[in-house]
Design a protein around this ligand. Structure first.
Ligand code: SDX
Length: 424
C-alpha cells in the first residue's frame, strides 16, 4: 500500500506499513532527502518512533496486552515476577523457570554497602524520586561491565539485577526520609512481600509489638496480592514519555542504568507517573464532596491551568483498562484494607460528574491508572511521595525490555529529531 504526496507539482510516493494490529504507519524515512522538508509533530501525537512486539494498546477499545496476553488475565492469574519473565522472554515461565527467576530476584535484591552510604548524603526531606534516580545512575558505576551488552545472557543478568534492586533502593529512600536505619532484603521473602518488609520492619527484622497500633504489624497476603497487581498494571505501556526517554538514551549507547535513571526522571513529572501522587494531593485539597463541583469548573476553564489529575490520556479515549482493574480492586479491598472512605467518596463523585459532563465526554477524558492507585497505596501505609517510586518498581521491567528491543534492532539509529527554526 502506498501514499501519494504532491509538493510543488512533484509527486512522491511513500509506503504504508501494516503491523499485526493497530494503526498502519506512513513510512517517511526518506522524506527529508526527497523534499528538503521535515514533518512537524511536537509531542509526537501522530508519530510512531519504532516497531515493537512487546506491548499493544488499543486506545479506542481500552485494551492493553503484554506480549499478546490481556492485562486482565495477567493481573488476575499471574504474579508480578512471572509477568516480568513474560516481558523479558516473550513467554510465560514454566513452574521451574518461575521459581528460578523468583530466586534470582531474591539474590540480586541486595545493595553494595558503598551505594547504601549514598543515602546518608541525602537530606531527610529529599523526594524519594530524586534519591531513586541518583542511586540508579550510581549503579552504573558499580556494574560498569554492563556498558557493552551484546549477548542475551548478559542482558538477562543486567535486567534481573535492576528489577531486583529497585524495590530495595525505593525502600532505602523511604527509610532515609524517616531517619531510621535501612533494612536489607530478606532472602526468604518474595519480591513484593520483601518490599513491604523493607518498608515496615524494625531493625533486626522485627515488627510492631504494641497491639492496637494503626501501623501495620505484619504483612498480610491480601496486601502483597494488591501491591503485586499494582506492579503488574504498571509493567509496560508501549512508547510513553519515560519509555521514549529510555530508548533515546539507549540509542546513544549510554549505560543501561543511565537510561533507566533518565526514565525515572521523566516518569517523575506530574503529567506522567507523578500524577498518582498529585491525585491524592488533589483529593485531599478538595477535602469534601461539596467542593467537587468548583474544582470540576476550574478543570474546564481554559484560562485556569488547574487540571483534574488522573484524568485523560494520550492513547486511551475510553476507560484505561488498568483503571478499571484498580477500581475493582478498590471495591474488593474497601473493608479488608480499610480504604479511606472520604477520599473514595470524593474520587467517585469526580468520576460520576466528569463522565457525564460534555467537556470531558467531548475530549474523551476518562480516569487513568493514576486516578485509583493512590487510595490503595495509602491503605498499604505507603506515603504519597513514594507513589511514583512504586510506579518505577512496576515499570522498570518494561524499560529494560524496550531497551533490549532497541539494542537488538540492527537498524536502530541515534534519536535525533530536527526543528522548525523560527529564530533570528
Ligand atoms: C500516565 O502515555 C502513557 O502511556 C502514560 C501512562 C503509562 O502507563 O506510561 O499511561 C501513565 O502518565 C497516565 C497519565 C497521568 N497524567 C495525568 O493524569 C495528568 C492529567 N492529564 C493530562 O495532563 C493529560 O490528559 C495527559 C498529559 C495525560 C494527556 O495529554 P494530551 O494527550 O497531550 O492531551 P491534551 O493536553 O492535548 O488535552 C486534550 C484536551 C485539552 O483541552 P482543549 O485544549 O482541547 O480544549 O483535553 C484537556 C486539555 O485541556 N485535558 C484536560 C485534562 N487532560 C486533558 N482537562 C482537564 N483535566 C485533565 N486532566
Amino acid at each position: 500500500m502506498k501514499a501519494v504526496i504532491e509538493i510543488d507539482g512533484k509527486r512522491l510516493e511513500y509506503p504504508i506499513l501494516e503491523g499485526t494490529r493497530g494503526p498502519k504507519v506512513l513510512d517517511i524515512r526518506t522524506f527529508y532527502k526527497d523534499t528538503g522538508m521535515f514533518t512537524y509533530d511536537p509531542g509526537f501525537t501522530s508519530t510512531a518512533s519504532c516497531s515493537s512486539d512487546i506491548t499493544f494498546i488499543n486506545g479506542e477499545q481500552g485494551e492493553l496486552r503484554y506480549r499478546g496476553y490481556p492485562i486482565e488475565e495477567l493481573a488476575k492469574s499471574h504474579r508480578y515476577s512471572d509477568v516480568c519473565y513474560l516481558l523479558l522472554n516473550s513467554k510465560l515461565p514454566s513452574k521451574e523457570e518461575s521459581d528460578e527467576f523468583d530466586n534470582e530476584l531474591r539474590h540480586r535484591a541486595f545493595i553494595d554497602e558503598g551505594l547504601r552510604k549514598l543515602f546518608d548524603a541525602f537530606p531527610r526531606t529529599a523526594h524519594p524520586m530524586a534519591m531513586l534516580s541518583s542511586a540508579v545512575s550510581a549503579l552504573s558505576a558499580f556494574y560498569f561491565d554492563h556498558l557493552d551488552i551484546s549477548e542475551d545472557e548478559s542482558f538477562q543478568e543486567m535486567s534481573a539485577r535492576i528489577i531486583a534492586k529497585i524495590p530495595t533502593l525505593a525502600a532505602f529512600a523511604y527509610r532515609r526520609g524517616l531517619g531510621i536505619p535501612i533494612i536489607q532484603p530478606d532472602i526468604d521473602r518474595y519480591f513484593t512481600e520483601n518490599f513491604l518488609y523493607m518498608m515496615r520492619a524494625y531493625p533486626g527484622g522485627k515488627f510492631h509489638r504494641e497491639v492496637g497500633k494503626k501501623a501495620p504489624t505484619t504483612i498480610r497476603d491480601i496486601e502483597v496480592k494488591a501491591l503485586d497487581t499494582i506492579f503488574t498494571l504498571h509493567a509496560d505501556h508501549e512508547q510513553n514519555a519515560s519509555t521514549t526517554t529510555v530508548r533515546t538514551v539507549a540509542s546513544t549507547g549510554a549505560h543501561p542504568y543511565a537510561a533507566i535513571s533518565a526514565g525515572i526522571n521523566a516518569l517523575w513529572g506530574r503529567a506522567h507517573g507523578g500524577a498518582n501522587e498529585s491525585v491524592i494531593a488533589q483529593l485531599e485539597m478538595i477535602g469534601d464532596i461539596k467542593n467537587v463541583d468548583s474544582f470540576i469548573k476550574r478543570a474546564k476553564d481554559p484560562n485556569d491551568s488547574f487540571r483534574l489529575m488522573g484524568f485523560g490520556h494520550r492513547v486511551y479515549k475510553n476507560f484505561d483498562p488498568r483503571a478499571k482493574i484498580l477500581k475493582g480492586l478498590q471495591d474488593q479491598l474497601k473493608d479488608e484494607l480499610n480504604l479511606d472512605s472520604r477520599l473514595l467518596e470524593i474520587a467517585n463523585r469526580i468520576e460520576e460528574i466528569a463522565l457525564s459532563d460534555e467537556y470531558f465526554i467531548k475530549r474523551n477524558l476518562y480516569p487513568n491508572i493514576d486516578f485509583y492507585s493512590g487510595v490503595i497505596l495509602t491503605a498499604l501505609g505507603i506515603p504519597k511521595n513514594l507513589f511514583t517510586a512504586i510506579f518505577v518498581i512496576g515499570r522498570t521491567v518494561g524499560w529494560v525490555t524496550q531497551w533490549m528491543e532497541l539494542k537488538k534492532d540492527p537498524k536502530a539509529k541515534i534519536a535525533r529529531p530536527r526543528q522548525l527554526y523560527i529564530g533570528k
